[in-house]
Design a protein around this ligand. Sequence first.
Ligand code: HEC
Ligand code: HEC
Length: 141
Amino acid sequence: MKKILLLLAVCILAPVVIYATSANEGDAEETYDEDAFGPEAPIIWPQPVKAVIFTHATHTVEEEFDCESCHDDIFEMEAGAAEQGENFTMQAMYNGASCGACHDGETAFSAAAGGTPCHIGVRGHARLMAKESVSGEKPGH
Ligand code: HEC
Ligand code: HEC
């Protein structure tokens, strides 16, 4: 009797479990998981030059860094903190501080390389701010 009940339970539950997991997989492709990959909105620093952009997704999803690669040794989990410190200058980065810990021409493209995608300029900043306020999303900074 117990065996039949168990069999019955498996027959009923298996499709439910399979359905639930496949539905989850579908969701994972559409919804960005901020707990797993960090904030979705880019971090934008208007200081010391206008403006520099950092996107978690390219670093955590594409490059597969874990949070500990940056937090909290290199960066605090607080947008706008870095620009308050003395390590957020190009010279400090050439010496291996902050973004320069990786952007040294070996782990990642060098911070010293011309035309890096980090600096979006005054216009890029204005464009992003306009876009963020239209979409109602608060920019990182
Ligand atoms: C490649 C480096 C890097 C990695 C990896 C990284 N972060 Fe960050 N994170 C940053 C930087 C840079 C900031 C902005 C810090 C600042 O402005 O001083 C930041 C800020 C944050 C913030 C604050 C955002 C806000 O609006 O105040 C959170 C939360 C955060 N990170 C979570 C995560 C989580 C969770 C992970 C792992 C899934 C992660 N980060 C991985 C670099 C990284
Ligand atoms: C833990 C290592 C690490 C740190 C720290 C890091 N990066 Fe990166 N970053 C990478 C790697 C790896 C890539 C992929 C490109 C490559 O390999 O050259 C990348 C790519 C990028 C890109 C191009 C892709 C994109 O997101 O548009 C930008 C811009 C960028 N990083 C900005 C920054 C800035 C700004 C900081 C500091 C606030 C920073 N990164 C800190 C490792 C790092």
